[in-house]
Write a protein that binds this ligand. Structure first.
Ligand code: NAP
Ligand code: F7E
Length: 321
């Protein structure tokens, strides 16, 4: 039986990856940080089938212990400060947790389990002010936020440990992926949750930022399959994981409101305070390397994804579609 250590198991991706690995017969160990109130909603349904270890990405000794005690065959490093606007408010913390901490994880592995396979959660935010469209593995990076800059560090330090020490260390450059478990501050969930609250009579206005931004949105569950395949290769390689299609935030808003029988123009207003200091205007990934080498293609398309999220939020708020 293989053992996997997942950092960020309480997050969106960690919870889907835990499910996937359990379904494949892995022993799953999740790293969680100490909080005054437990936040295990996303893993409640698998809680009895996984082991939890305490650790924090800012604390080397806790990472060492997590690795020593779990002796993983595979490590999925999902933990990060992952919200882009927060990265302007907390740039040093983001640099530490999202960037430098990747070195700490790699060092823990190098010391105690150098033959374990390591996955780093790289991001399309590294492409930022894009140098070409669609973005592929060879597209130069031009990050536009402290978050993007930190992810570039995490990406290259992973490449560096692969090349310096021969470790099986790889990165997935994942484009935005969403689900009913997406954090409430990210644009997709913010919109689908607002739609449900409007239908439940709990909200009458929705303030948004830049409606013209374009993103390549996929389903988190599909993307975890790609990551797992990446970790089973003959040699470690980095891959762009995306759908290859792009939509504006306005399109997302329109679809989500329409799915609940609402006209978005009656509820949505833009708030200049929500415009970011620097924006990533357009992301569209080219997943052809993942298709050719991993045999991976996304199953859920954008319209189904939005409908799935609206349906889940309507249910959460007790509204029948
Ligand atoms: P998420 O829902 O925000 O989850 C982040 C996880 O990191 C949570 O479990 C959080 O724990 C944990 N964490 C934060 N700070 C920590 C610290 N100091 N020590 C230990 N754990 C800490 O993020 P996600 O959407 O699942 O994304 C997973 C990873 O993929 C992240 O690295 C993200 O940057 C990257 N990524 C995401 C996307 C996307 O579209 N979702 C795309 C590309 C890359 P708590 O629950 O305790 O806060
Ligand atoms: O914004 C625009 C906003 O916060 C998407 C993270 O998972 O994906 C995510 O980063 C777009 C941006 O995600 C609102 O300006 C308009 O252009 O959902 P988001 P993100 O910044 O793309 C990448 C790949 C990651 O790696 C990150 O970890 O939507 N937008 N109005 C808004 N965004 C938010 N959050 N709220 C608004 O009201």
């Amino acid at each position: 039986m293989k053992t996997a250590l997942i950092t960020g198991i309480t997050g969106q991706d960690g919870s889907y990856m835990a499910e996937l690995l359990l379904s494949k017969g892995y022993r799953v160990v999740g790293m969680v940080r100490r909080t005054s109130l437990e936040k295990f909603e996303r893993i409640e349904h698998v809680r009895e089938r996984i082991d939890l270890v305490q650790g924090d990405l800012t604390d080397q000794s806790s990472l060492d212990e997590a690795v020593k005690n779990s002796m993983p065959d595979e490590v999925y490093n999902f933990a990060a400060q992952s919200f882009v606007p927060t990265s302007w408010n907390q740039p040093a913390l983001t640099g530490d947790v999202t960037g430098l901490a990747v070195s700490r994880m790699l060092e823990a592995l190098r010391k105690y389990r150098a033959d374990a396979r390591f996955y780093q959660a790289s991001s399309s935010e590294m492409f930022g002010k894009v140098m070409e469209t669609p973005q592929r593995e060879s597209t130069p990076f031009y990050p536009r936020s402290p978050y993007g800059v930190a992810k570039v560090y995490g990406h290259y330090i992973t490449v560096n440990y692969r090349e310096s020490y021969g470790m099986y260390a790889c990165s997935g450059i994942l484009f935005n992926h969403e689900s009913p478990r997406r954090g409430i501050e990210f644009v997709t969930r913010k919109v689908t949750d607002a739609v449900a609250r409007i239908r439940a009579g709990k909200l009458d206005r929705l303030k948004m930022g830049n409606l013209d931004a374009q993103r390549d949105w996929g389903f988190a569950g599909d993307y975890m399959e790609a990551i797992w395949l990446m970790m089973q290769g003959a040699e470690p390689r980095d891959y762009v994981i995306a759908t290859g299609h792009t939509h504006t935030v306005k399109d997302l808003v329109d679809r989500a409101f329409t799915a609940a029988g609402l006209d978005w123009q009656k509820y949505v207003e833009t708030d200049p305070k929500m415009i970011r200091p620097a924006e990533v205007d357009l992301l569209r990934g080219d997943p052809s390397k993942a298709k050719a080498e991993l045999g991976w293609t996304p199953k859920v398309q954008f319209p189904e994804l939005v409908e799935m999220m609206v349906r889940a939020d309507l249910e959460r708020h007790g509204v029948t579609a």
